[in-house]
Ligand binder design. Structure first.
Ligand SMILES: [Zn+2]
Length: 294
């Protein structure tokens, strides 16, 4: 799952065909549009000779057939996952069986002793052949992918830099259509903001997100998204100052007026992520299920 956004036109979505975006990058749209995935998950095929496949997507026969057509018999060096939400990683296993390629990339989600961090949105069956640490590289003919650790949307999220093109595959960390949902306990707002800051300090020329169009002014978008989170945080604090002890649904009803009500539960998760961050910074606290200023 990715973010939240306005409705879009389902007509003419080019599922099933590879669209070339650069000499090394092609994109295949999966047939899983929803209020959370926008037009659907975008799988990237990287390389002009042998290839890597980034975010193979949901396990759907139609999408797997489209990926095999895009691979067109070329050797697959690796099937790479940015994180393990169910719209990103489940096709890794059948694609690995069909191509013989290893599954490489993000870690499986680690479960804490203090309760399950995963929910139904996670692909619990994900088993990578190799986990990449921050800065580790994968190489093929004429391409290099470098892992960039970007926890926040999920604790195991990685972006992947395509060194030869100064491009960054951003998964769900930065998307082309919406801000990411940060859903605690696995989603973490403080981590997310640190990971955004990290991207600001890089010199990528283009982002290829898992949902939405390529982003050719990446630093400007990241700055804008960080500003948006700071505004949201300010709204929460003003709400608590005005209303005293409060519950999240009341905050969402006011702050997300005009947003599709089906998205309000997800908005509530992002508000909770802000509140946990504010609590950790000593600004708010929870008492008997109510949130209040300290
Ligand atoms: Zn996701």
């Amino acid at each position: 799952m990715g973010g939240m956004a306005p409705p879009f036109d389902l007509a003419d979505l080019p599922t099933g065909v590879a669209m070339s975006l650069s000499s090394l990058v092609a994109r295949v749209l999966a047939p899983n549009p929803s209020p959370f995935t926008f037009t659907g998950t975008q799988t990237y095929v990287v390389g002009a000779g042998d290839v890597a496949v980034i975010d193979p997507g949901p396990e759907e026969a139609e999408h797997l057939a489209a990926l095999m057509a895009a691979i067109a018999g070329r050797p697959v060096v690796a099937i790479v996952c940015t994180h393990t939400h169910r719209d990103h990683s489940p096709a890794a296993r059948p694609l690995s069986a069909m191509t013989g390629a290893p599954v490489i990339g993000c870690a499986p989600l680690t479960l804490d002793d203090d309760g399950p961090r995963a929910d139904a949105a996670f692909d619990a069956a994900y088993r990578p052949d190799r986990v990449l640490a921050d800065g580790e590289r994968l190489m093929g003919e004429g391409w290099t992918l470098e892992a960039v650790a970007t926890p926040g949307h999920t604790s195991n999220h990685l972006c992947f830099a395509l060194v030869e093109e100064q491009a960054l595959f951003t998964g769900d960390h930065v998307m082309g259509w919406s801000t990411s949902v940060i859903s605690p306990p696995d989603g973490d707002m403080a981590d997310y903001m640190r990971s955004m800051q990290r991207l600001l300090e890089r010199e990528d020329m283009v982002y290829y997100p898992a949902h939405g169009e390529p982003i050719d002014t990446p630093q400007r978008l990241v700055r804008g998204m960080m500003g948006h989170r700071k505004q949201r945080e300010g709204q929460i604090l003003r709400f608590l100052e005005r209303n005293g002890d409060s519950i999240i649904p009341d905050m969402v009803a006011e702050m997300y007026k005009g947003v599709d009500p089906r998205l309000h539960p997800a908005a509530g998760r992002s508000v909770l992520a802000h509140l946990i961050d504010l609590d950790q910074r000593g600004i708010v606290r929870a008492a008997d299920g109510l949130w209040q200023m300290r």
